[in-house]
Design a protein around this ligand. Sequence first.
Ligand code: FAD
Length: 366
Amino acid sequence: MKAVVVGGGLGGVTAAVALRRVGWEVEVLERAPEFGEVGAGVGVMPNAMRAFEALGLADDVRRIGTPRVAGTIRDPKGRTLTRVDPAQDRVVAVHRADLHRVLRSALPAACLVTDAEVTSVDDLDADLVVAADGIRSRARQALFPGMPQPVYAGTTAWRSVTTARFPRDLGISQTLGPGTEFGVLPLGDGRVCWYAATVAPAGGRSADEWGEVRRLVGDWHDPIPRLLDATPPDTVLRHDIHELAAPLPTYVRGRVALLGDAAHAMTPYLGQGACMAIEDAVVLAAACARADDVPSALAAYDRQRRPRTQSMAKASRLLGRVGHRLRNPVAVTVRDAAMRAVPASIGSARVSKFLAWTPPVLSPDR
Ligand SMILES: Cc1cc2nc3c(=O)[nH]c(=O)nc-3n(C[C@H](O)[C@H](O)[C@H](O)COP(=O)(O)OP(=O)(O)OC[C@H]3O[C@@H](n4cnc5c(N)ncnc54)[C@H](O)[C@@H]3O)c2cc1C
């Protein structure tokens, strides 16, 4: 059986690895001249880490990721709002390019094709087409022409990675201010990925994005100013956050399965967009291994993935409203007091339910 994966982002390459694990021949078609990822971090949540366990890649991911450190949510002065127990719900932050490299190294070079823009999935020679072509998915637009385009979520985000290395006990943290947030994701080698997000009109750009971040959070608590000082200004990326606000009625059509952002682009407030793509990949491969034919496999994939990913997208959107998007000083004070008062274990009960996901067994045998 042969699958063609359209798009070689984190979702597409993970799908390729998973399908090969269950005995499929796979080709990944990527429109860019090179495979890779942007210079920013991504948090691999425990649910996605279990998906990597199923693929036999978890140790490789841990090796490039955050050591076991505490997680803290703070206010801009550095006061703790809540803590995340490092024994539970551990996030392993990785550099996206490193994660992409780990995934590619699990694939034969011959199945990775660059400079290969797919204009129509109908022309592809395959038993299964995995459309992993991202938030602006051409495949989704062709298969669901009536569905609305992604919408701006009201937040713009900057991301980068320090060149300097920081001590290994630097914790993962998120700092919530009025209308703005800053996140710190230490990597395994001491470099630190960070992001800043703020409420802003769509399309804003500056000749000095580093300076914009400095203006927003430069007087926030340590180590935020030091992280900015350790970041080359020309490496700071800026993206407006978009999401697929209208959920799709199905993720499958004929022999095509939509996967990752193509199916369910969501806001990053729960840090689960890429994690959902990674889960999708393992579930799709397991369904292909178990079902008698591709239509039954795709029906099972849609049944298992649509409810979970669409409720994750909804929860992420709601969290955004009470997270950095709050700007009213009274509302911010009430939010901060509530976070201090509620034990992290209770506050994160809903999130823990999402994180408790376990992957299906991947085996070529039925
Ligand atoms: C600021 C920000 C922070 C985030 N933080 C997190 C986080 O901490 N944790 C998390 O889990 N998620 C996070 N996300 C979400 C995450 O980045 C995405 O959900 C994830 O990268 C989607 O992967 P994908 O493979 O589905 O799509 P993409 O990464 O968009 O990959 C799509 C690929 O398809 C290719 N392509 C497109 N069209 C074609 C075509 N016609 N033919 C061939 N190739 C094509 C593209 O070039 C691209 O390589 C964040 C997102 C943002 C914007």
